[in-house]
Design a protein around this ligand. Sequence first.
Ligand code: GLP
Length: 260
Amino acid sequence: MEVVIVPDAVAGGELIAETIAALLSRKPGALLGVATGSTPLPVYEALAAKAASGAVDVSRARICQLDEYVGLPAGHPESYRSVVLREVVRPLGLGEDAFMGPDGAAGDIAAACAEYDRALAEAGGVDLQLLGIGTDGHIGFNEPCSSLASRTRIKTLTRQTRQDNARFFDSPEEVPHHVITQGIGTILEARHLVLLATGEAKAEAVALAVEGPLAAVVPASALQLHPHATVVVDEAAASGLKLADYFRDTYAAKPQWQGI
Ligand code: GLP
């Protein structure tokens, strides 16, 4: 696992957008897995700016969702489908045909989950999966004690996560209890995992995920199993890392052609 400490969220967004741009220049039809939440917004803004300036051609990129709420009415503005279309797909000038996600309104949720795992595999697998991290260490919506081998499935949110996400809804009770999320095993199949964390509220979860033992109770620690995982953190989110100086030295000495 590589840990890159950046000065702030904007720098993190720029670094990851450059990485995505480099991927798209090697593989124009790459499948990009995107995350929701506030943290990745600087990535999407930086990537859209690069696309608008002609620095990268995103016209063949494909976008896929990490997770989804269950039971929100179709078209609800806070369904992750709506969020990803609004924050990623449309700003990049892509159409809905370039986008895939699990169906949180399906009558048969178990079948929709299995169908999404199949669709990801049929699409050739995810090339780069962008991840955030919950304050409890979750990735996607894999809450603590999710199986490290899990596949896309229905999960129940913790009280903490519903509280953390209440800011997106008119009232806390409106946050759904159930979600569909790519499993940890599914996420680990992406070719490159890039986790972005910013702000002090994420410092403890980042330290446990990066330097703690591999444990289902900290789902993000599963990145330790992946051969190409990059954790990009700002100074505040890095503040709990014992090896911060080592991570700084390593990145400073890294040949630039390697990228992240
Ligand atoms: C939700 C999403 C996660 C995201 C997390 C953190 O739970 N399912 O993918 O990482 O929120 O969000 P934020 O970046 O807003 O802190």
